[in-house]
Design a protein around this ligand. Structure first.
Ligand code: MN
Length: 638
């Protein structure tokens, strides 16, 4: 016999061609009127039974048989009939040439693939699916393989024994072929697996290429026009687009996303829209209803940098999720946070693992320190812009690039972000106008900002997902939003008033040589501790009142035993620069800190407090005064 290349039955191969089914071929691969090579596996009075493949066999009736046969003999047959019960009958084919001279043509099983986009229409029918394994979760019952193809991600349940890992050689990252039946399970579609095999060689290559091409195009962000016309923002738009693409790609690949954001108003205005956009995109991509809950986690960061405590906890959770739920390690998204040298130790910790890091921030960055550790870094300072483009403004556009349908929920958010951070951007007027069209006047936006701040304080290390969404009115209940904002904003203001009533009599005032007022307040001894407002906010509120009272340049320092919070208006400070000078000038001071240029915080050792603060005041005295007071500073209330 000659073996020819694989082909489809029915092609014009001449009389001497016989089709040889691969062992995994099914009855569907057999066509009437075509000759197939069969092997006799049993002989009975009324005929012989033949096998064409592992699952294709049937009877050749003795009435059509000539000669004698033995088990194991080869025979060329064609399909005669298929009964209702699926039983097949074959008859011998007269071949003009000797069996040994036949040309054999291989028939492989037709794995007509059903994409994850067509599961619903195929519920109850056996299908074939090819894709990449993105998660393998062992439950107390079956093993759940989450498989991503060109269209989405579907859970596939394979049962070996309760709690026993099915197909133990198949791992995350493998490309597999699944044969199984889509079934409804708790409202979603899951595939009950009949067979699952790892593809290799050309098959794997072809499948990977197909999936890669599809993911590359599906990860493309949407081209949305920014909510307002703003030339300064345009410079950052391509970078944001790149981040949107990386985030969409992570979702399509089933990689979890962990968001760490500064726990203030702007940070939440940044993180919540991105979180909601990703949740909605995840829900579209993944058949599993629980996927949004498992694949995105938003967490606040108290400091304006990535603290080691947060980083090690994030890493530990990620490794546990990999162990317990077979998840991939996450992508870390730092928002309103993550641009400075203080982030480096935390980033270096994660660099030991496959955890990509992206930062979108508007704090004064140190690109030399973090550049190599970040996979993408969006920051207005990298484009000769500054903090006035707040992270919330950036991330509303980022969220829209990921999931444009969210736009109507977000129109008021950039204004809240801008007011929270005291942005003096030209664009604020347009953003306020946009919010006004949604029914928010400036006072109301301030209420939302205060309420967010108040909630963030009490939530501490929790994200408070629904509560924050209700306060910000993104995918929230409108009436509850109104009442909750009223309640929280009022409580926040009352508590600030109480705090200031106690603290203000203890304010120390001096006039600096450069003409600025310096106010100092010992927030450790003359303010309530462990309650709202925290030292940063207390200092900020005092500062605001003094600006209003004096109309002059003002610097306010709120200090505790081992920290100081700085606020300034009308004075050109460079706090990150001052901090690095103090590190050198006060040996043993243990000075560290940073933040924005004119607003920030400094830490030091308790015993060196007087020295550090005196050195700090000297520097402030040397600072230039701004010609006009319009460059009011952003606020970080940490
Ligand atoms: Mn901010």
């Amino acid at each position: 016999m000659t073996r020819a290349s694989a082909g489809e039955p029915g092609a014009d191969d001449g009389d001497s061609v016989v089709y040889d089914l691969d062992s995994d071929c099914t009855a569907e691969d057999v066509e009437k009127g075509q000759p197939y090579l069969a092997e006799i596996n049993g002989i009975v009075d009324y005929g012989v039974f033949v096998d064409l493949s592992e699952s294709v066999s049937g009877l050749v009736h003795e009435s059509v048989l000539e000669g004698t046969f033995a088990v194991g003999d080869e025979l060329v047959v064609e399909l005669e009939s298929v009964r209702d019960n699926g039983d097949m009958a074959f008859e011998p084919v007269d071949t003009e040439v000797d069996v040994d001279d036949l040309t054999l043509r291989n028939v492989s099983h037709d794995y007509a693939l059903t994409g994850t986009d067509r599961l619903e229409a195929n519920v109850g029918d056996q299908i074939h699916l090819e894709g990449e394994v993105v998660q393998v979760k062992q439950t107390a019952g079956p093993t759940i393989f989450h498989i991503a193809d060109e269209y989405g991600v579907v859970p596939c349940a394979a049962f070996e024994e309760a709690g026993v890992r099915a197909y133990p050689s198949v791992e995350v990252g493998d490309v597999v072929r699944v044969t199984g039946t889509p079934e409804h399970r708790e409202g979603t579609v899951q595939i009950e697996v009949d067979g699952l095999s790892k593809l290799d060689g050309d098959d794997a290559e072809a499948a990977r290429e197909r999936i890669e091409t599809a993911l590359e195009s599906r990860s493309e962000p949407h081209d949305v026009e920014p909510l307002i016309d703003w030339p300064a923002f345009e410079k950052l738009r391509p970078n944001l687009r790149d981040v949107a693409k990386r985030l969409r790609r992570a979702v399509l690949e089933g990689r979890p996303v962990r968001v760490r954001h500064h726990a203030d108003g702007d940070g939440m205005c940044a993180a919540v829209p991105v979180q909601v956009a990703l949740e909605k995109f995840i829900a579209d991509v993944h058949e599993d209803d629980d996927a949004p809950r498992h694949l995105i986690k938003r967490l606040p960061a108290k400091a304006p940098f990535y603290e080691m405590e947060d980083a090690t906890r994030d890493l530990n959770f990620a490794l546990e999720d990999r162990e317990k739920h077979g998840q991939q390690l996450p992508l870390l998204l730092m928002l309103d946070n993550g641009s400075t040298a203080e982030d480096v130790p935390a980033y270096e910790t994660l660099a030991h693992y496959d955890i990509p890091i992206i930062a979108v921030d508007h704090h004064h960055p140190d690109p030399d320190a973090v550049g190599d550790l970040l996979d993408a870094h969006v920051n207005p300072y990298l484009h000769d812009e500054d903090y006035r483009i707040t992270t919330g403004m950036l991330c509303v556009e980022l969220a829209r690039m990921i999931y444009p349908d969210l736009t109507d929920e977000l129109r008021h958010v950039p204004a809240v972000a801008g007011l929270s951070d005291r942005s003096k951007a030209d664009a604020m007027d347009d953003y306020l106008q946009l919010a006004a069209e949604e029914g928010y006047d400036e006072d109301r936006l301030q209420d939302v900002s205060e309420a967010l701040d108040y909630a963030a304080f009490w939530l501490r290390y929790d994200s408070g997902d629904q509560l924050i969404q209700d306060l910000l009115q993104v995918d929230g209940d409108e009436q509850r939003h109104g009442e909750l904002v009223d309640f929280f904003a009022e409580r926040a203001r009352e508590e600030v008033d109480e705090q200031l009533e106690a603290a203000t009599p203890h304010l120390e005032h001096e006039e600096l040589d450069n003409g600025a007022h310096l106010y100092r307040i010992d927030v450790e001894n003359y303010a309530h501790r462990f309650t709202y407002p925290a030292p940063g906010k207390t200092t900020g509120e005092i500062h605001d009142r003094k600006i209003e009272e004096t109309g002059d340049p003002v610097i306010t320092v709120g200090y505790g035993p081992d920290f100081a919070v700085l606020r300034s208006d009308g004075v050109r400070l460079d706090i990150p620069q001052m901090v690095s000078e103090l590190e050198a000038e006060v040996p043993g001071g243990g000075v560290s800190g940073g933040g924005h240029l004119v607003v920030g915080s400094i830490k030091f050792v308790k015993g060196k407090r007087e020295e550090v603060i005196e050195a700090l005041v000297d520097k402030m005295e040397d600072a230039e005064i701004d010609e006009e007071l319009s460059s009011a500073a952003p606020i970080d209330d940490d």
